[in-house]
Design a protein around this ligand. Structure first.
Ligand SMILES: Cc1cc2nc3c(=O)[nH]c(=O)nc-3n(C[C@H](O)[C@H](O)[C@H](O)COP(=O)(O)O)c2cc1C
Length: 150
Protein backbone atom coordinates (compact mmCIF):
# COMPACT_ATOMS: atom_id res chain seq x y z
CA UNK A 1 0.00 0.00 0.00
CA UNK A 2 1.60 3.27 -1.13
CA UNK A 3 0.63 6.24 0.99
CA UNK A 4 1.17 9.96 0.61
CA UNK A 5 0.86 12.64 3.27
CA UNK A 6 -0.02 16.10 1.90
CA UNK A 7 -0.18 18.88 4.46
CA UNK A 8 0.26 22.55 5.11
CA UNK A 9 1.52 24.22 8.25
CA UNK A 10 2.23 27.76 9.39
CA UNK A 11 3.85 27.38 12.79
CA UNK A 12 5.01 23.76 12.58
CA UNK A 13 2.40 21.79 14.56
CA UNK A 14 0.81 20.12 11.55
CA UNK A 15 4.28 19.53 10.07
CA UNK A 16 5.30 17.67 13.23
CA UNK A 17 2.22 15.44 13.09
CA UNK A 18 2.61 14.88 9.33
CA UNK A 19 6.21 13.79 9.87
CA UNK A 20 5.15 11.35 12.61
CA UNK A 21 2.48 9.81 10.37
CA UNK A 22 4.80 9.51 7.37
CA UNK A 23 7.63 7.95 9.34
CA UNK A 24 5.29 5.49 11.09
CA UNK A 25 3.86 4.05 7.87
CA UNK A 26 6.68 4.82 5.42
CA UNK A 27 4.64 7.34 3.43
CA UNK A 28 5.87 10.00 1.05
CA UNK A 29 5.46 13.55 2.23
CA UNK A 30 4.53 16.79 0.46
CA UNK A 31 4.32 20.15 2.22
CA UNK A 32 2.06 22.62 0.44
CA UNK A 33 3.48 26.11 0.76
CA UNK A 34 1.48 29.24 0.22
CA UNK A 35 1.18 32.89 1.15
CA UNK A 36 -1.76 34.50 2.83
CA UNK A 37 -2.17 37.70 0.84
CA UNK A 38 -4.52 39.37 3.33
CA UNK A 39 -5.88 38.50 6.73
CA UNK A 40 -9.06 37.23 4.98
CA UNK A 41 -8.97 33.46 4.90
CA UNK A 42 -9.62 32.86 1.19
CA UNK A 43 -6.96 35.03 -0.40
CA UNK A 44 -3.88 32.87 -0.94
CA UNK A 45 -1.11 32.22 -3.43
CA UNK A 46 0.11 28.62 -3.69
CA UNK A 47 3.84 28.10 -4.12
CA UNK A 48 3.80 24.29 -4.43
CA UNK A 49 3.22 22.98 -7.95
CA UNK A 50 0.33 20.42 -8.04
CA UNK A 51 1.98 18.76 -11.06
CA UNK A 52 4.90 17.67 -8.88
CA UNK A 53 2.70 14.99 -7.27
CA UNK A 54 1.93 11.87 -9.31
CA UNK A 55 -1.32 10.90 -7.62
CA UNK A 56 -1.72 7.74 -9.70
CA UNK A 57 0.91 5.83 -7.74
CA UNK A 58 -0.75 6.31 -4.32
CA UNK A 59 -3.55 4.17 -2.83
CA UNK A 60 -4.03 6.15 0.35
CA UNK A 61 -3.82 9.89 0.84
CA UNK A 62 -3.50 11.63 4.20
CA UNK A 63 -4.44 15.33 4.12
CA UNK A 64 -3.41 17.55 7.02
CA UNK A 65 -4.30 21.12 7.91
CA UNK A 66 -4.15 23.57 10.80
CA UNK A 67 -7.54 24.90 11.95
CA UNK A 68 -7.99 28.63 11.55
CA UNK A 69 -11.20 30.20 12.78
CA UNK A 70 -13.00 26.84 12.55
CA UNK A 71 -11.85 26.37 8.98
CA UNK A 72 -9.31 24.21 7.20
CA UNK A 73 -6.36 26.13 5.77
CA UNK A 74 -7.27 28.01 2.59
CA UNK A 75 -3.81 27.06 1.32
CA UNK A 76 -4.73 23.36 1.42
CA UNK A 77 -8.25 23.99 0.09
CA UNK A 78 -6.92 25.98 -2.87
CA UNK A 79 -4.23 23.40 -3.56
CA UNK A 80 -6.77 20.56 -3.55
CA UNK A 81 -8.89 22.36 -6.13
CA UNK A 82 -5.84 22.36 -8.42
CA UNK A 83 -4.82 18.80 -7.58
CA UNK A 84 -8.22 17.37 -8.57
CA UNK A 85 -8.26 14.37 -6.21
CA UNK A 86 -10.61 11.58 -7.37
CA UNK A 87 -11.20 7.95 -6.50
CA UNK A 88 -8.79 7.88 -3.55
CA UNK A 89 -9.05 6.57 -0.04
CA UNK A 90 -8.50 9.52 2.26
CA UNK A 91 -7.61 10.14 5.90
CA UNK A 92 -8.11 13.75 6.97
CA UNK A 93 -6.29 15.24 9.94
CA UNK A 94 -6.02 18.60 11.57
CA UNK A 95 -4.08 20.23 14.37
CA UNK A 96 -5.77 22.79 16.55
CA UNK A 97 -6.28 24.01 20.06
CA UNK A 98 -9.27 21.70 20.35
CA UNK A 99 -12.11 23.73 18.80
CA UNK A 100 -12.54 22.41 15.27
CA UNK A 101 -16.35 22.66 14.88
CA UNK A 102 -17.36 21.97 11.25
CA UNK A 103 -13.94 22.58 9.71
CA UNK A 104 -13.27 19.05 8.55
CA UNK A 105 -16.74 18.70 7.03
CA UNK A 106 -15.80 21.66 4.84
CA UNK A 107 -12.62 19.90 3.79
CA UNK A 108 -14.55 16.69 3.15
CA UNK A 109 -17.07 18.51 0.99
CA UNK A 110 -14.22 19.52 -1.37
CA UNK A 111 -13.41 15.82 -1.84
CA UNK A 112 -16.74 14.29 -2.77
CA UNK A 113 -15.46 11.80 -5.36
CA UNK A 114 -13.32 9.98 -2.79
CA UNK A 115 -13.80 7.69 0.17
CA UNK A 116 -12.94 9.24 3.52
CA UNK A 117 -11.79 6.45 5.86
CA UNK A 118 -11.14 8.52 8.96
CA UNK A 119 -11.07 12.11 10.26
CA UNK A 120 -8.98 13.00 13.30
CA UNK A 121 -7.93 16.16 15.12
CA UNK A 122 -4.72 16.41 17.12
CA UNK A 123 -3.94 19.13 19.60
CA UNK A 124 -0.94 21.14 18.53
CA UNK A 125 1.93 18.95 19.77
CA UNK A 126 3.50 22.06 21.33
CA UNK A 127 0.52 22.03 23.70
CA UNK A 128 0.43 18.25 24.16
CA UNK A 129 3.45 16.20 23.18
CA UNK A 130 1.60 12.85 23.48
CA UNK A 131 -0.30 13.77 20.33
CA UNK A 132 2.76 12.70 18.36
CA UNK A 133 2.35 9.11 19.57
CA UNK A 134 -1.40 9.23 19.12
CA UNK A 135 -0.94 10.29 15.50
CA UNK A 136 1.34 7.28 14.89
CA UNK A 137 -1.27 4.92 16.35
CA UNK A 138 -3.98 6.53 14.25
CA UNK A 139 -1.90 6.27 11.05
CA UNK A 140 -1.40 2.52 11.61
CA UNK A 141 -5.13 2.08 12.23
CA UNK A 142 -5.97 3.91 9.00
CA UNK A 143 -3.59 1.71 7.00
CA UNK A 144 -5.16 -1.42 8.57
CA UNK A 145 -8.62 -0.26 7.55
CA UNK A 146 -7.44 0.53 4.02
CA UNK A 147 -5.76 -2.89 3.68
CA UNK A 148 -8.92 -4.69 4.80
CA UNK A 149 -10.92 -2.81 2.18
CA UNK A 150 -8.73 -3.98 -0.68
C1 LIG B 1 -5.28 32.82 13.11
C2 LIG B 1 -5.45 31.55 13.91
C3 LIG B 1 -6.72 31.01 14.08
C4 LIG B 1 -6.90 29.83 14.83
N1 LIG B 1 -8.16 29.31 14.95
C5 LIG B 1 -8.35 28.18 15.69
C6 LIG B 1 -9.66 27.61 15.84
O1 LIG B 1 -10.66 28.09 15.29
N2 LIG B 1 -9.79 26.49 16.61
C7 LIG B 1 -8.73 25.92 17.24
O2 LIG B 1 -8.90 24.93 17.94
N3 LIG B 1 -7.46 26.40 17.08
C8 LIG B 1 -7.24 27.51 16.33
N4 LIG B 1 -5.97 28.00 16.16
C9 LIG B 1 -4.82 27.22 16.66
C10 LIG B 1 -4.18 26.39 15.53
O3 LIG B 1 -5.15 25.61 14.85
C11 LIG B 1 -3.13 25.41 16.08
O4 LIG B 1 -2.13 26.11 16.79
C12 LIG B 1 -2.53 24.59 14.96
O5 LIG B 1 -1.86 23.47 15.50
C13 LIG B 1 -1.54 25.40 14.13
O6 LIG B 1 -0.98 24.57 13.13
P1 LIG B 1 0.44 24.84 12.49
O7 LIG B 1 1.43 24.96 13.64
O8 LIG B 1 0.71 23.66 11.64
O9 LIG B 1 0.36 26.10 11.71
C14 LIG B 1 -5.77 29.18 15.43
C15 LIG B 1 -4.49 29.72 15.23
C16 LIG B 1 -4.32 30.88 14.49
C17 LIG B 1 -2.93 31.43 14.32
Amino acid sequence: MKSLVVYTSVSGGTRTIANEIASEIGASLVEVKGDHLHTGVEDVRIRTEPGSVDMEQFDLLFLGTPIWMWNPSPVLMTYLKKLNVKGKRLALFSTSEGDVRGAMEKLKSELEDNEVISIEDFLNPKLKEEEMNRSRTWAKKVVDIALKQR
